[in-house]
Structures are given as C-alpha cells and as structure tokens.
Design a protein around this ligand. Structure first.
Ligand code: SF4
Length: 273
C-alpha cells in the first residue's frame, strides 16, 4: 500500500517517458547533477526565457504596461515572442479571467494538481463554460501530440472536476463546455484548439487511474522496479544521464522536454512515501 500522492502532468509525463526518471526526480527528488554542461545551461536559459514570457503575459493581463520591461530585458528572442503574443493573441471568450491558477482535485486516495496559465470562466445562459489557455515556447507541436499529452488529459480533467469551485452557483461545468487553446510562440498564428466531451472525460479518468495503478505497483516493488528506458533518444537531453551511465555530455541543441517545462525544482510534484 502506497501513501497518498500528489501528481501533476509533469510527474505523469515523466513516468511515461522513463520509469527511472520519475523515480529519480519525484521519489528520490534528486537535484540536477552539477555542473551543468554548456548545452544544459542553454536549456536553462531557454526555460527562464519561457518563464519570462509567461510573466509578461500575466502582467499585461493585469493591466501593466510591460513593453519597457521587454525592451530592458534586451533578449531578441523574448522580444520576438512578446511581439507575436501582442500581434497574434489567441481567441478567447469574455468572462472571469484567472491567471497562474493552481487547482487540486482528489483522485481516489491521491490528488491531481494543475497550474493553468490562464483559465476563463464564461457565463452561457444558465450554465457556465471554461476555456483553458496555455502558452508554449518550445518547438511547435502537432495538434495530435498535444491532444494526447498528459498535460491535456490532466488539465481538462481537473478543470471539470474543480469547476463547482469556479462558478458562482457552484454548478459543475459539463466536459463539452471546456475548451482548450495552446498558443505556441514559434507558431503564433496557428493556435491549437481542442474540444472535450463526456466520453473523453471518462477516458481521461480511466487513463489516469491506469497510470496511477502502474506507479503504485512500482512503488510497492521498490527502487529496482523503476527501470531505465530502452529509448535512448529519451536520454539525449535528460539531466539525469550521469545517474544512469547514459553519458555525461549531451549532443548540442535544445530539446525542451515537456515534463520539465514546469521548472527544475519539481515543487509541484511531490510523491510522499
Ligand atoms: S538518462 Fe535515460 S534512463 Fe536515465 S533517467 Fe534519463 S531518460 Fe531515464
């Protein structure tokens, strides 16, 4: 029997990608091996730049004039992303806007947590609708990949399950009334818009339950149950390579793994044992 876990899309993405990585990051909670190589420093700069863009968008939504801050940053790529965000914002409904909203819902004995870049609750007659917006700064992803990502599954599921706490009358929002837009800074004019429905919500619940059961099984089996992936591509830019004898020096180039997008501290994803 395992203790209650608090799981985010990061933890579930990590587990899907490599059991060992999940163990090192979320169970052992190991820090990155130091010192960072040149490529990893570049990766970290890229991560910080993405965070900066999120912050500018959040500040602008609060009515602040951030143009001066963007110029002060003196970062060409960040300026380009910001200009794209201003010139090609994603369509979004009118309603109550929540930025950097963290929601947590129970899932059996465990908890699922999601932190939304922006979540809008709109009134539609007697009922409410939710629209999720997420800003992405990595390599643009196809709609099909985003649709089957753990982020989409967790965010849509948590939005529906937490919806009574978001609506004035405490009435749950139907899955079919949950929209999701991924805006990608490197493809600003082609936002990916996803829909949701009751069947997808049921499938999401089953997917999450199955994955949690796999995690529990391995936790019960101990450390040896968390094997290294056989997909060496997954190791190419993994910051835990040195723990796995998968090479210390990564090849050049940035490949921002989606399960690391929330930052290196893993602060959202605790797996208390
Ligand atoms: S280096 Fe490879 S095997 Fe090791 S944790 Fe990373 S992805 Fe898994």
């Amino acid at each position: 029997m395992t203790a209650s876990m608090q799981l985010s899309q990061s933890a579930l993405s990590s587990f899907s990608r490599c059991r060992r990585r999940f163990f090192l990051r979320f169970v052992r909670r190991l820090e990155w091996p130091a010192p960072l190589t040149g490529s990893e420093q570049e990766w970290e700069r890229s991560l910080r730049r993405g965070e900066q863009l999120h912050l500018f968008i959040e500040q602008a939504a609060l009515g602040m004039d951030v143009q001066g801050l963007v110029e002060e940053a003196g970062d060409e790529q960040l300026s380009r992303w910001w200009n794209s965000a201003v010139e090609h914002p994603p369509a979004q409904p009118t309603g109550d806007v929540h930025t950097e909203l963290e929601l947590m819902v129970p899932f059996g004995e465990h908890r699922l947590v999601a932190r939304f870049d922006r979540l809008i609750v709109a009134q539609q007659g007697d009922s409410s609708a939710i629209h999720i917006l997420d800003w992405k700064t990595g390599t643009p992803q196809q709609a099909s990949r985003l649709a089957r990502s753990w982020q989409t599954t967790i965010y849509q599921f948590v939005a529906v399950e937490a919806s009574p706490s978001l609506t004035a009358a405490g009435i749950p929002v139907r899955p079919a009334s949950v929209g999701f837009t991924y805006w990608q800074a490197e493809a600003p004019q082609s936002p990916v818009v996803l829909t949701y429905d009751e069947a997808a919500h049921k499938a999401g619940r089953q997917r999450i339950a199955a994955e949690i059961a796999h995690i529990e099984q391995r936790l019960n089996g101990g450390e040896d149950s968390f094997e290294r992936t056989t997909d060496l591509d997954a190791c190419r830019h993994c910051l835990y390579r040195s723990y796995c004898e998968r090479g210390r020096e990564p090849p050049p180039g940035i490949d921002l793994d989606e399960d690391f997008e929330e930052g290196p501290d893993g602060s959202l994803e605790e797996v208390p044992l």
